[in-house]
Design a protein around this ligand. Structure first.
Ligand code: HEM
Length: 527
């Protein structure tokens, strides 16, 4: 019994020792884990990774005044020169990190896109409609994107060529139709603001792509209210009666009513059109759930918004570059003239195949998109602390891939300030050419925009002559860059007889006015 008790005591002591041993092991494991957490895992977080170089400027206003008191492109270019390809700043009330390298843009927009969400001011989100795809990421975004992309597929665009062509011809005819006699010149010209007219064209193309056929009175109501919305979109977001923002807000409400009427009509008719509205109306999930009217309306306004000013600005720049480079204009004309003559002097409509085979005009378009970079940069917001190349991008900070700076980098585009379509004989290096963005939010309308531009250039150079009026240099932002005052120009429609009389490369009185006026802007241009 005694020895048993002694044994028991010994066993108990052993047990205690064993437990202490186990506890010690646990404590050691815990300490090692703690050390690992602090010295290894935490290496990736705020304590060790440093913020990129740069300046956050004044408290709250940061560097916003610096940005707005100069050309934004100079602001970013100066910063890039001083700090390199990744730098911090503080603009529009937000600490932000700018990224001016292709790898960094790819990191944010493609490889690690899930760590960065799209971000827009709430006031703008509400004007467009908070359910529009570009405010979202994840499953909802992917579902809507598939529908938008489907409606803009090459197969659908192929069928739109004759309609887009008819709209382009009618826009061009309207420029040259209302002739006025300008006291400054001997000829009959029309004085117009290209950007405004281009806006009308891209609006009509947007309507066509979204709705297919629409009654003229419905188009007019949409146009009227959409233009009020567009004007107020970039105004100061204050809802006082009479302010552009308040007007835009009310126009958005009216647009909702008009769109809901159209949606009900289409539902009643059980229409099976291929346009975006058809795709949105016909969508059903596995539980037979359909999209709500708000989801449909917000996405229609969203696509119209994304399609309009962007394409209009790009077209206006193409006109400006053609104007500034007469030799290039002649070469583009020669390419388009062959198609024009093949189509019985324009009596036959353009074919899809012809629009896919305009190599010179295509390079002109790409170089215009590079030089003008309609969307200079985009915004994302870090959803968590992110480390990139040893730099910390803190959660909640804005991140801005700078497309324009990449397009203007001589390492990727030698002599970047020179307009040179021939550079596109060779494909740009990956991720260096992003006029339509990149990754999950890249532009689904890029093929439509290109088609619209090619068709427009075809008709413009084969049937019209034009001359830019007033100042030829300078940019204005609205918010997309356009040549100053929207490039006012005089247009003249050439009759086939006039063209034949001149022959290819012939000089008319009009031509001499043209070349004198454009002599200052003349620079050699390779194709
Ligand atoms: C020259 C004309 C155009 C340019 C330069 C352009 C440029 C862009 C860019 C850079 C983005 C990406 C923005 C970002 O990543 O934050 C984008 C997105 C978008 N674009 Fe375009 N775009 C043009 C025309 C169009 C057209 C014609 C349409 C539709 C018919 C369209 C519809 C959209 C939509 C819906 C998005 C959002 C996509 C998403 O969030 O998934 N765009 N565009």
């Amino acid at each position: 019994m005694h020895s048993g008790a002694t044994n028991n005591k010994r066993n108990f002591a052993c047990l205690l020792e064993e437990r202490e041993g186990i506890m010690l092991v646990h404590i050691n494991v815990f300490l090692v884990a703690l050390i690992w957490y602090f010295f290894v895992r935490r290496r990736n977080s705020r304590d060790t990774a440093k913020l990129p170089p740069g300046s956050l400027g004044w408290p709250y206003i940061g560097e916003t005044l610096h940005l707005y008191s100069q050309d934004p492109n100079h602001f970013f270019a100066k910063k890039q020169k001083k700090y390199g390809e990744i730098f911090k700043t503080h603009i529009l009330g937000c600490p932000s990190i700018m990224l001016a390298s292709p790898e960094a843009a790819r990191f944010v927009l493609v490889n690690q896109a899930h760590l960065f969400k799209p971000t827009y001011p709430k006031s703008k989100e509400n004007l467009i409609g908070p359910l529009a795809l570009f405010f979202h990421q994840g499953e909802y975004h992917a579902r809507l994107r598939k529908l938008v992309q489907g409606s803009l597929s090459l197969d659908n665009l192929r069928g739109l060529v004759p309609n887009i062509e008819a709209l382009a011809v009618s826009a061009l005819d309207s420029w040259a139709g209302g002739h006025i006699i300008s006291k400054f010149c001997l000829h009959l010209y029309v004085l117009t603001n290209n950007f405004v007219v281009q806006l009308q064209l891209s609006f009509e193309v947007g309507i066509l792509t979204i709705f297919g056929h629409l009654e003229a009175n419905q188009i007019e109501k949409l146009r009227e209210n959409y233009s009020i919305l567009d004007k107020g979109y970039n105004s100061f977001p204050i809802k006082l009666p009479g302010t552009p923002f308040k007007k835009a807000f009310l126009a958005r409400k009216r647009l909702q009513v008009i769109l809901c009427e159209i949606i009900s009509e289409r539902k009643e008719k059980k229409a099976t059109e291929k346009g975006l509205l058809g795709c949105l109306l016909n969508w059903k999930d596995e539980n037979d759930e359909t999209l709500s009217e708000d989801q449909i309306a917000d996405n229609i306004i969203g696509v119209l918004f994304a399609a309009q000013d962007t394409t209009a600005s790009a077209l206006t720049w193409i006109l400006k570059y053609l104007h500034d480079h007469p030799k290039l204009l002649e070469t583009v004309k020669a390419e388009q003239e062959i198609i024009f003559q093949h189509n019985d002097d324009g009596n036959l409509t353009l074919t899809w195949a012809q629009t896919r085979n305009m190599p010179i005009t295509y390079k002109l378009m790409l170089e215009s998109l590079r030089m003008a970079t309609i969307i200079s940069f985009t915004f994302r917001e870090a959803v968590t602390d992110v480390e990139y190349k040893g730099y910390l991008i803190p959660k909640g900070w804005k991140v801005m891939p700078l497309f324009r700076n990449i397009h203007q980098n001589p390492e990727f585009f030698p002599n970047p300030e020179q307009f040179d379509p021939s550079r596109f004989k060779v494909a740009p290096k990956p991720n260096t050419f992003m006029p339509f963005g990149s990754g999950v939010h890249a532009c689904p309308g890029n093929e439509l925009a290109k088609l619209e531009m090619l068709i427009m250039v075809h008709h413009l150079v084969t049937k019209y002559r034009w001359e830019v009026v007033g100042s030829r240099s300078g940019i204005q932002y609205g918010p997309f860059p356009v040549p100053i005052h929207g490039l006012p120009a005089r247009f003249k429609k050439e009759s086939t007889r006039e063209k034949r009389a001149m022959g290819s490369g012939g000089i008319s009185k009009w031509d001499s006015v043209w070349s004198i006026s454009s002599a200052n802007a003349w620079t050699s241009c390779k194709i």
